[in-house]
Design a protein around this ligand. Structure first.
Ligand SMILES: [Zn+2]
Length: 107
């Protein structure tokens, strides 16, 4: 299965992150955010976790914490300043959409 675009699976979360990244002074990330693909969903098993990898290799060198109204959103960047992982905690809305997408995709 090819990696889906975040704009297809989580369009609302994408707009929220773009908005919050601007607030955090990280607006140069907007172009990257809009092109992100969901490579794999975090398998830590935590009920609150809806995090996902956006690169085949996740090597976190830096991060941008967003001031989300609900839950916790953190953009993880690698040494090349490329987004490699999105930490999403305490966001049942995001978890629901991810589960729904992967269930329907697997038939
Ligand atoms: Zn997790």
């Amino acid at each position: 299965m090819p990696a889906p675009l975040i704009s297809d699976v989580l369009p609302d979360l994408l707009e929220e992150m773009v908005y919050l990244a601007r607030q955090a002074g990280a607006d140069p990330l907007e172009g990257q955010l809009r092109a992100l693909k969901i490579e794999s969903v975090c398998d830590c098993g935590d009920e609150n976790c809806a995090s996902f990898a956006t690169a085949p290799v996740v090597k976190v060198a830096n991060f941008v914490e967003l001031q989300s109204m609900e839950g916790q959103l953190i953009i993880d960047l690698n040494a090349e300043n490329e987004i490699c992982f999105i930490e999403v905690l305490g966001r049942p809305d995001v978890k629901y959409l991810l589960e729904e997408y992967y269930e329907s995709a697997s038939g």
